[in-house]
Design a protein around this ligand. Structure first.
Ligand code: NAP
Length: 349
C-alpha cells in the first residue's frame, strides 16, 4: 500500500521537531506538508531550522526542502492526517478548520481535550474511545493526546484501575524545561532552582486522567469516578517528566499483585505489533534510586513508561515514581502511535 500523506502543524517547535525526527522512514506515513507561524512561513524547513534545531540527531534530509506554509487546510493536497504541535493560542481554531476540510487531526494542545466527543487517546489505555468519533460532525476528526505530565501516570494507573479500582490519587510532578516549548523558561529562573508553579498544569492534571480512563456511554466519554490532587513543579532537567504518585484503591492490592499487573500489561498497540509500540509498555526498575531522567529516559526509544520505588503509603495505600519522555511518549511518539492504531483500524483511504 502507498504511504499515507501527512502534515505537521507547528513543525518548528519542540514537539514539531520531534515529529520531524520520529517520522523519518516511517513505514505507513510520509510527510508532505509543514506549517508554522508567519515567522517561518515561505522558507524551507532546512533554512528555518539551521539555528533552531534542538535535537541531537541531524535534521532529516526528507524535511529540509519542504517549504513551510501558514496553517491552511486548502494547501494540503492529498494529506489525510495532520499531527499538531501548535501553540495553544492558535491550535483550537486551526485544528477545527482542518477537521472541517476532512483531515484527521492528532493534537497535542489542550484546546479540544475536554470536548465530550473528542478522545484523549492513549493507545494502550483507551483504544475503545475511538467509538465516539462518529459523534463529531466534521468530515475529518479531532483526537488529542493527554497533557505530557500525566501520560505516564495514566498508563501506570490503567491496569491497576481495571484490577483493583481507584479511589483517589495524589501527584507531585518534577517537569522538564523542554515541556515549556522553546525558548521556554528563562535560564535565570530555572538554573539551580525549582519553580513550584506551571500555569494551568494542575487543572489539567486533575481532570484529564479521569477522562482518559473513562467509559464510552451514549456516544460520549464519561470520566472515571475518582479524585486527583496535583502539585506541578518545573525543575532544571532538559527532557523527561518525573511524577511521584500516591494512590488509594477500592481493594488494596499486595505489592506482588501490582508488580504482576504492570509486567503483564499489554494494550492494543502491543497486541497489533504497531511500529511505535514499546515492549514492555511499563518497565518496573527494582533499584532504590530509579527511575531517573538521565538514566531511564530512552527506555523503549522513549516510549516505555518507567516506574520504580513502589512502597506502602502511610496515608493512602501505595506510592511510586513514574518517568516518561515528555516530547516522545508525552507528545510526538504517542500521537504517531495513535496514528498507527488508526491506520490498522482502517481509518485511511
Ligand atoms: P513551541 O516550541 O513554542 O512551538 C509552537 C509551534 O507553534 C511553533 O512551530 C510555532 O511556529 C507555532 N505557532 C505559534 N504561533 C503560531 C501561529 N499564530 N500560527 C501558526 N503557527 C504558530 O511549543 P511546544 O512545546 O512544541 O508545544 C506545542 C503544543 O504542544 C502546546 O500546545 C503544548 O502545550 C503541547 N505539548 C508540549 C509538550 C512539550 O513537552 N513541549 C508536550 C505535550 C504537549 P514558529 O516557530 O514559526 O513561531
Amino acid at each position: 500500500m502507498e504511504k499515507i500523506k501527512v502534515g505537521v502543524l507547528g513543525a518548528t517547535g519542540s514537539v514539531g521537531q520531534r515529529f520531524i525526527q520520529l517520522l523519518e522512514n516511517h513505514p505507513y506515513f510520509t510527510v508532505t506538508h509543514l506549517a508554522a507561524s508567519e515567522k517561518s512561513a515561505g522558507q524551507t524547513y532546512g533554512e528555518v531550522m539551521k539555528s533552531r534545531w534542538k535535537i541531537s540527531s541531524d535534521i532529516p534530509s526528507y524535511a529540509k526542502d519542504i517549504i513551510i506554509s501558514l496553517p491552511d487546510p486548502n494547501v494540503t493536497k492529498g494529506v489525510q492526517l495532520v499531527f499538531s504541535g501548535l501553540d495553544a493560542s492558535i491550535a483550537g481554531e486551526v485544528e477545527t478548520a482542518y477537521a472541517e476540510a476532512g483531515v484527521i487531526v492528532l493534537s497535542n494542545s489542550k484546546n479540544h481535550r475536554m470536548d465530550p466527543n473528542v478522545p484523549i487517546l492513549s493507545a494502550e489505555v483507551n483504544a475503545h474511545h475511538l467509538d465516539v468519533l462518529s459523534a463529531q460532525k466534521t468530515k475529518g476528526k479531532i483526537i488529542t493526546n493527554s497533557n505530557c505530565t500525566i501520560m505516564g501516570v495514566t498508563i501506570s494507573l490503567k491496569p491497576l484501575m481495571d484490577a483493583f479500582g481507584l479511589k483517589s490519587v495524589m501527584l507531585f510532578s518534577m517537569q522538564a524545561i523542554s515541556g515549556a516549548g522553546y525558548p521556554g523558561v528563562p535560564t535565570m529562573d530555572i538554573l539551580g532552582n525549582v519553580v513550584p508553579y506551571i500555569g494551568g498544569e494542575e487543572d489539567k492534571a486533575e481532570v484529564e486522567p479521569q477522562k482518559c480512563l473513562g467509559t464510552v456511554e451514549g456516544g460520549i466519554i464519561k470520566s472515571a469516578d475518582f479524585k486527583i490532587s496535583a502539585h506541578c513543579n518545573r525543575v532544571p532537567v532538559f527532557d523527561g517528566h518525573t511524577v511521584c504518585v500516591s494512590v488509594a484503591f477500592e481493594k488494596k492490592p499486595k505489592k506482588e499483585e501490582i508488580l504482576k499487573v504492570w509486567a503483564d500489561f499489554q494494550g492494543e498497540p502491543q497486541k497489533l505489533g504497531l511500529p511505535f509500540a514499546p515492549n514492555p509498555a511499563i518497565l518496573y526498575r527494582e533499584e532504590n534510586d530509579r527511575p531517573q531522567p538521565r538514566l531511564d529516559l530512552d527506555t523503549g526509544r522513549g516510549m516505555t513508561t518507567v516506574v520504580g520505588r513502589l512502597r506502602e503509603d502511610s496515608i493512602l495505600d501505595w506510592k511510586w515514581v513514574v518517568l516518561s519522555h515528555n516530547t516522545i511518549r508525552g507528545a510526538a511518539g504517542a500521537a504517531i502511535l495513535n496514528a498507527e492504531l488508526l491506520y490498522k483500524k482502517g481509518y485511511f483511504k
